[in-house]
Unconditional design. Structure first.
Length: 254
């Protein structure tokens, strides 16, 4: 039996770890850390730093190369193939390092439930016949880190919040009936497709990290600043993780 703990680690800041996350890491027989290439070396460096800071005993840590998604293929097909390749990589590491079973921990950015595929990949292992039990340790999401960094409430008074992706925003525009919109997984400033009048944006990149960057204001003014700053940060660091919240003014009679 593989007792798999998917541990939400927030945005890479060790202070974001919960006590439950620290206990789960220290009780593991093996922690797997994925390498995502030289351009994203900061990501595994942060995981290494978290392990160095919170582990109090001899937990085995193994690094492995994460498969790369085919950026030129049809998106959903490419993602499905990518998930299958990651599941195979996990299975290989488990066979090598936990052949008789045990407690395995994987450190997941944010929370495993929100725009992360670790649960789906673990499901592939189950479907493939692996004797595996999955436990989730919740973590601070980038949405929480964003609203905390800007010291704003997520929702307007008694109002709903819509969470979507940059791909969906770019393809379909502002969702009908939404007043507050959180956009994740945006590879390129999808807010630029919107008519900015009456929209305020709160944006954050590398939230909780040393290189954290924030901006906010009316979309017409802040949008171009964010786009330029985002491009500069991506060149400087070789990668970027960002998220933003937009709120549209209520118009009488709308």
């Amino acid at each position: 039996m593989i007792d798999l703990h998917l541990i939400g680690i927030g945005t890479g800041n060790p202070d974001h770890l919960t006590a439950e996350a620290i206990r789960a890491m220290n009780s593991a027989d093996l922690i797997l850390l994925p390498r995502k290439g030289r351009a994203k070396s900061d990501l595994i460096d942060l995981r290494r730093a978290i392990c160095a800071e919170v582990l109090t005993g001899p937990v085995r840590i193994v690094e492995f190369d994460l498969p790369v998604r085919d950026a030129d293929a049809v998106y959903l097909d490419a993602v499905n193939d990518w998930h299958a390749a990651i599941a195979a990589a996990w299975a290989t590491q488990i066979a090598m390092h936990l052949p008789d079973g045990g407690r395995l921990a994987l450190l997941v950015w944010g929370d495993p439930s929100l725009y992360d595929s670790s649960l789906r990949i673990a499901g592939r292992l189950k479907d493939g016949g692996m004797d595996i039990r999955v436990r989730v340790v919740p973590g601070i999401t980038s949405i929480q880190a964003l609203t905390a960094a800007h010291a704003i409430p997520l929702n307007p008074l008694a109002g709903p919040v819509t969470v979507t992706t940059g791909r969906m925003l770019r393809a379909h525009g502002w969702p009908d009936g939404a007043d507050t919109l959180v956009v994740m997984l945006d590879s390129g400033c999808a807010f630029e497709v919107l008519e900015p009048e009456g929209i305020t944006i709160w944006w954050g990149a590398y939230l909780g990290m040393a290189q954290e960057a924030l901006d906010q204001g009316p979309l017409a003014e802040a949008g171009p600043r964010i786009a330029a700053h985002r491009a500069e940060l991506r060149v400087r660091h070789g990668w970027i993780m960002d998220v933003y919240l937009m709120r549209r003014e209520q118009i009488d009679g709308s």
